[in-house]
Design a protein around this ligand. Structure first.
Ligand code: GLN
Length: 392
């Protein structure tokens, strides 16, 4: 034994994303599990990164983020949402959205505090809350449409509630919060000392003509929210690990107190490159709804007549796969069969729940080349037929 302490996260293992990616690789399966694109990034971004290193931007960047990048983010927020955000005091560049969420939770919640999250909840939320010493209250989104049950939220609020963790567009259910949802939330927290931490990394992946309802664009939520975004998602480059948090100055100041001791500052050449890229491509992100909607629709069309059904997907680069017509409601077992028998890696929803109910859906990532989606659809379709025949 080389360690004598007590685990602070005793029941936490390796994330389901890592586990499924490893297994997909070992088995040579098509990996629609962990959310990342399998196609090339814009070569102009590659060039800007190489150029930034050649030009010597290889030492620490400022702790809060490169001024040119924060200015670019402010312009992007103005173009996208009509917002006036002060890049000096309201934007912090972070190591992906995950660091922003982690640092924000450490900064804003502590022992005796409660943090509300909605199940299925992204797996990074609760461990961050517990490491902060706070308690995570998990409230279910109501299936099959995974809508907010605001009465239940109201009942769960207490004097100890410090944070509400929102995620829209929502991973893994592919739903989006409506303007009405935000109104109800704003009214509910109005007289309480509650901050909204809103994970909006899929802000540009909203389909069928919908507009993304950001907490930043909601006048009453804006003043009490910290919203988190991701260049990894927007630039199709999850490996760059550059994200940012937007919040009023007082919240930003608290976030930075943790950020500076957590990651301190973010990869300088990458920040330079993204800043220049945003200057060159001021409408970055604008093409993403069409880009991902086409992928979603391609997969949906390919599985059109299949007994594996695809519930509506309003946003994110995921798509749920409903297997209730073919197998018992055990998503972990079904994901295992998809992997080993169909050769397609997916993500079960159970790990996103504090206490998972019987589940009949797994999550697929659609941020893939057409050929990948077509090959996966073929395997899924053939597997569904085999299951249907076996059951008949
Ligand atoms: N956000 C990615 C997903 O939901 C996973 C990131 C990770 O592997 N931690 O698939």
């Amino acid at each position: 034994m080389s360690w004598f302490g007590r685990s602070k996260l005793p029941e936490v293992g390796t994330t389901i994303f890592t586990v499924m990616s490893r297994r997909a690789q070992a088995l040579g399966a098509i990996n629609l599990g962990q959310g990342f694109p399998d196609y090339d990034i814009d070569p102009r971004l590659t060039e800007r990164v190489a150029e930034a290193m050649r030009q010597g931007h290889n030492q620490y960047a400022p702790m809060e983020g490169l001024p040119a990048l924060r200015a670019g983010i402010a312009r992007k927020l103005e173009a996208g949402y009509g917002l006036c955000v002060d890049p000096q005091d309201e934007i912090t560049v972070t190591l992906g959205a995950t660091e922003a969420i982690y640092s924000a939770i450490q900064a804003l919640a502590g022992p005796g505090d409660e943090v509300i999250a909605f199940d299925p909840a992204y797996d990074a939320y609760e461990p961050a809350v517990r490491l902060a010493g706070a308690r995570c209250i998990r409230l279910p989104l109501a299936p099959p449409q995974f809508r907010y049950d605001w009465d239940r939220v109201r009942d769960a609020l207490s004097d100890r509630t410090r944070l509400i963790l929102l995620n829209t567009p929502h991973n893994p259910t592919c739903t989006v919060a409506s303007a009405h949802d935000l109104d109800v939330l704003a009214a509910m927290v109005a007289e309480r000392p509650i901050t909204v931490l809103s994970d909006e990394v899929y802000e540009h992946m909203v389909f069928d003509g919908r507009a993304h309802a950001s907490v930043l664009a909601h006048a009453r939520l804006r003043e009490r929210s910290l919203a988190v975004f991701s260049f990894g998602k927007t630039l199709h480059a999850t490996g760059v690990r550059v994200g940012y948090a937007v919040a009023p100055p007082a919240l930003t100041a608290e976030l930075r107190k943790v950020h500076q001791f957590n990651t301190f500052s973010i990869a300088h050449p990458l920040q330079q490159a993204i800043a220049r890229y945003l200057e060159e491509c001021p409408d970055t992100g604008a093409d993403l709804p069409g880009f991902f909607q086409a992928k979603r629709d391609r997969l949906r069309a390919a599985l059109g007549g299949c007994a594996l059904r695809l519930p509506p997907a309003a946003g994110t680069f995921f798509q749920l796969l409903d297997f209730s017509a073919l197998a018992p409601p055990d998503d972990v077992a079904f994901a295992e069969r998809l992997l080993t028998e169909a050769g397609v890696a997916s993500i079960p929803l159970s790990p996103f729940y504090a206490a998972p109910p019987p589940l009949s859906c797994v999550r697929l990532c659609i941020a893939k080349r057409e050929a990948t989606l077509d090959a996966a659809a073929e395997r899924l379709g053939a597997f569904a037929q085999r299951l249907a025949r076996a059951g008949a």
